[in-house]
Structure formats: C-alpha cells, structure tokens
Design a protein around this ligand. Sequence first.
Ligand SMILES: Cc1ncc(COP(=O)(O)O)c(C=O)c1O
Length: 445
Amino acid sequence: MNAQPTPALSSDDMDAFWMPFTANRQFKAHPRLLARAEGMHYWTADGRQVLDGVAGLWCVNAGHGRREITDAVAKQLGTMEYAPTFQMGHPIAFELANRLAQLAPPGLDRVFFTNSGSESVDTALKIAIAYQRARGAGQRTRLIGREKGYHGVGFGGMSVGGMVNNRKFFGSSMLPGVDHLPHTLDIGHNAFSRGLPHWGMHLANELERLIALHDASTIAAVIVEPLSGSAGVVLPPVGYLKRLREICDKHDILLIFDEVITGFGRVGKPFAAQAFDVTPDIMTTAKGLTNGAIPMGAVFSQRKIYDTFMQGPENTIELFHGYTYSAHPVACAAALATLDIYAREGLLTRAATLSSQWEDAVHSLRGAPHVIDVRNFGLIGAVELESRVGKPGARGYEIFVKCFERGVMVRQTGDVIAMSPPLIIEPKQIARLVETLGDVIRETA
Ligand SMILES: Cc1ncc(COP(=O)(O)O)c(C=O)c1O
C-alpha cells in the first residue's frame, strides 16, 4: 500500500524540535521522516515502504496500526479521557493490574503504573529503598547496577546505568551510594555464540566482591536487564542470572529485573524472568505493554514487598510516590487491547517458534567484512562491526543509513547493529531484513 507523500519539511521547520538521542544537526541536514505505519512496515514522508526491523524502538511487538488498539483508545477517550488515581480509582486500572498479575512470574502480582521505562526504573528503585526502611532495614540504601546497563534517563536510572555517554555529562549529579557489576560482554571468549554464551557465569560472583566491600547491610537492591538491548545487545552467560539470584537471596538483597525491552514476548515467554527461570523481586516494564501506542509502564512487585508497606493506620498513604498519569485510562485501554491481541495471536511465545530460524539468519552474517560478533536470543539479534580507526560508530551509522535507504530500519548503537522486529514478522521478512543488512555490510568499507 502506498502512502500519500507528506509535504517536505525545510530545515527551518525542524529547528524547534530538540530531538532526543539524536545528532540534531546531522539529522536535520539529512532527515529520515516516517509518516505512516501498518503491520511490519513504515512509510516515509515521501512514500517509500520501510520494513521495521526494530519494532519502532523495541515496543511495537504486535506490529503497527492495530485496529483493536485504536478502537479501544477512541472508545476510552469518548467515555472518560482522564481520571486521577490518587485517592480515586477507575475500573480498568484494576482490571489491567489483574490481567498483568496473571501473566507475571509467580508472586510478582502487585502492579504500580508509570508512563515510561525510565519512570518504571525510578519507581522500582524507590520502592526498593522504601521497602528496606519499611521492614526496619533503613540503612540499606545502596544500589548496585551494571556496566553497559541501560535503565532510562531519570537520575536513578542514569546512576545505576552503565553507558558512559549517558553518564559523563552529568557526573557529579549521580545518586550517591551506587556501585556497578562488570558487564558480561566478552567477544574474546564468546564471539559468535548461538544464543546465550557459555563463558562468563563467574562474573556474577563479582557481586560477592561488592558485598564484601560495602557490606550486605548497606545494600538495598541489585538492578540488571536480564538481557540488555540498548548497549548493543549484551547477553547473560548461561547460569549467570541464577547465580545473581542466589547471591541476592543469601544476603537478603532485592533483585530487580529491568524488562522494559524483554517484557511482552521479546524472548519467547511473556517475560525474560520466565525464559531464564529466574524470578526477581521487582520487575520493570513499559514499551510492549501498550504496543507503543500510548506511553505506559508498569512495575511488578512481589506480594511480600507490597504487604510490608500495608502496615500502620489504614488512613496512612503507604508510598509517597505516583504520577498524574499513573494508570491513565486511555493507556489502560490501549494495554488491555494489546494484551488481547497478544493472547489471541499467541505473540507472547511466538519468538520461541521463530528463534531458530532467526538465529540461523543472523548468524549467516558471520564472515561478512568487519563483522566481529553476532549475538542472538529470542527475537533479538545484533551484529558487531569492527570500528574504523579513530572513528568509533562511523561504520555502524553508515550501515544504518544505507539500510534505511534500501527500505529496512535497524538500530545502531556505536558499531553494533541491533534488530528486534515486531513479533508478527514472517519468515520471508526475516530473510529480507538480514539479507539487506548483509548486502549493505558487504558494500561498506
Ligand atoms: C532496559 C531499559 N530500561 C529503561 C528504558 C527507558 O525507557 P523509556 O525510554 O521508556 O524511558 C529502556 C529504553 O530503551 C530500556 O531498554
């Protein structure tokens, strides 16, 4: 289907929008404008069809333009466009929380709503610290993140995160009392692993070292992405997450999984916690919750955490935290419609069905020029390219732009090209995505 070309923007028209995580001047000189989307595709402002290899930004898991979501949103806007959830409530917020609790790993059945992944992370960190206080361990305030971690852009998420460019400009404004585990990317040992790498489980033992340094009695929580996307797809070695869980249990430290990317079917189960058979104490989500249609996040907590807050006089507000738009009714409607689609079309487990074909496809790029690693898990793939001398990221950017010009959208982080298509992708579209990337890599010096 062709889109009507939309009028071109002049560079003056683009001045006012300070674009996020974008090289603004470079982009505005050579814009890539998306105007319409349906199914597996975007259409550009000048009417070109582009295969979406990243589900927007890892969020449009059920594909674009889902009529059921649009209808649910329109209906909710017509019924009640907004309602507060501070000392008030509305039925679909409770319905959504119940539905989510049923999908979650056992015990993670208390749900706090936010509007984004960053807010989910900051909410989870605040719950963890306030929980320690509520149970009489108020000296446990330290947070442990991980190098290469991405937990959004709030001050909390930035502090526990481990991506240098996201941190260095804000250096002295980080939360105090944060330390970091080493990351688990080791191309020397694990290059071209199919699925989870086998080397590196022992890296989880670094948590014992940090505990020995700070003492368990000062640590509230450890937060990791079970599988990190934004830093260029970094996978947990086999056994690594289980080991983290064991160490946290031993020292009575909360384990938080940031499932903003991995939640809602990306790795073949509703959540990565289920795929890896490791249950955290708190789990953050966003993105796929509403198929990206309306901003929304959700933080899942173990019931024991919630119950710890439910003490004292009943007229006490137990957690002084929340957002004007927590459980926004329109977002709730979008999420419920999204969950219906996921259930009806089996999308929360479809990645597991596709993953061996996906793995073969992405590993076919091994041997292409400058490819130094290929990584995959669920419906996530990454190709790491050797950096040009003195120009890190230049090759990755060129490949990303050329793919887009050839009608395929991938995501570039430095010299890593990441792919995470909508879970409705068909085998022939997997082939097209990977073949286009391969052609472009072969043509790029
Ligand atoms: C693991 C993880 N946490 C948090 C976030 C932040 O989410 P948002 O951009 O919705 O604030 C992201 C975004 O990519 C993410 O991948």
